[in-house]
Write a protein that binds this ligand. Structure first.
Ligand code: NAP
Length: 295
């Protein structure tokens, strides 16, 4: 039976690990806090004492953790997965990490005889739990073919952007463009509110007008209604992705990113306001009326 180790059972990882169980893989799971693994264990996953333990005998190790720091911790520290992975084993990083980190990990794991594939994802937690993610892959073509059986249970679409790191480049530009758009939606709606427009009409016009995009459709109504129930993507994660994208932009472009830096500044504020809540709460930051001296 094909063995997979899955590390990181947050909003996204929990559902993704479940997909391997559904597909009949032998699954070992680890998460920093064990509580999130309970139902996966009940469904047949083996609870591992550490990432290192999870990786024993695995044909592939898949990670879905918060950021560079978490990724380094689960792959490379004393009890990291790389410690026990057999040479030739596939390491699939689904977490959104920085470009610099991706290249460093690829080098470090290759030095240990392992194969590193970056495969960040787009799609919300419900897509993760139902195998409907889009995977953004950076890998040598031969490595992608070796990884493919472990990608298929997660996704409806696999985009191969090129060599290791290229999936992460795409993910970071995608999320930077999203950060700019979401902050822009919040600002536009806040102006309309303060100017006293009929927001029902504004919503209808925005959702059907030339500025409409999937982000507008997803966020504008929730922002106007201040309805942030069921947060799927948090202000902290958005700030992290935008900051990683800006670092990449600064290494490539002379005069940019102009909008990117503004988005990071906006999400720095959103992160201090409500780090673990929905990124759409950006509207609460930008909608304070002129003359409001509170806070
Ligand atoms: P989440 O619910 O906050 O989960 C974060 C995961 O990382 C948890 O398993 C957490 O462990 C673990 N973690 C954090 N710091 C750690 C550390 N220092 N050492 C070990 N583990 C650590 O986040 P998520 O929404 O699932 O997102 C996971 C990744 O997917 C992120 O890179 C995010 O940017 C990306 N992503 C998210 C979405 C989305 O819609 N949510 C969509 C696409 C991509 P604990 O459970 O113990 O805290």
């Amino acid at each position: 039976m094909v063995k997979v180790a899955f590390i990181g059972l947050g909003r996204m990882g929990h559902g993704m690990a479940g997909r391997y169980l559904d597909a009949g893989f032998t699954v070992a799971v680890w998460n920093r806090s064990k509580g999130k693994a309970v139902d996966l264990i009940a469904r047949g996953a083996r609870w591992a004492a550490s990432p290192e333990d999870a990786a024993i005998g695995a044909d592939a190790v898949v990670t879905m953790v918060a950021d560079d720091e978490a990724s380094r911790a689960v792959w490379l520290t004393g009890d990291g997965a790389a410690t026990t992975m057999k040479p030739g084993t596939i390491a699939i990083e689904c977490s959104t990490v920085s470009y610099h980190h991706t290249l460093e990990m690829a080098r470090e794991l290759r030095r240990r005889g392992l194969i590193y594939v970056d495969s960040p994802v787009t799609g919300l937690p419900d897509a993760a739990a139902t195998g409907k993610l889009t995977l953004l892959v950076g890998a040598d073509p031969a490595d992608l073919e070796r990884a493919r059986p472990f990608l298929i249970p997660l996704a409806t679409t696999i985009w191969h952007f090129g060599a290791v790191g290229s999936g992460t480049v795409y993910k970071l530009i995608n999320n930077l463009m999203g950060a700019i758009q979401i902050a822009g939606i919040a600002e536009g709606l806040a102006i309309a509110e303060q100017a006293g427009l009929d927001m029902k009409l504004v919503l209808e016009a925005v959702e059907t007008g030339v500025a409409a995009s999937p982000q507008v459709i997803r966020h504008s109504r929730r922002m106007v209604e201040r309805n942030f129930a069921g947060a799927t993507f948090t202000a902290s994660l958005r700030q992290k992705d935008a900051a990683y994208a800006v670092a990449l932009a600064e290494s490539l472009l002379r005069d940019a990113p102009i909008m990117g830096r503004a988005a990071v500044a906006a999400y720095d504020r959103a992160k201090s306001h409500a780090p673990d809540d929905d990124e759409g709460r950006m509207i609460e930051i930008v909608s304070r009326p002129k003359g409001d001296s509170a806070g």
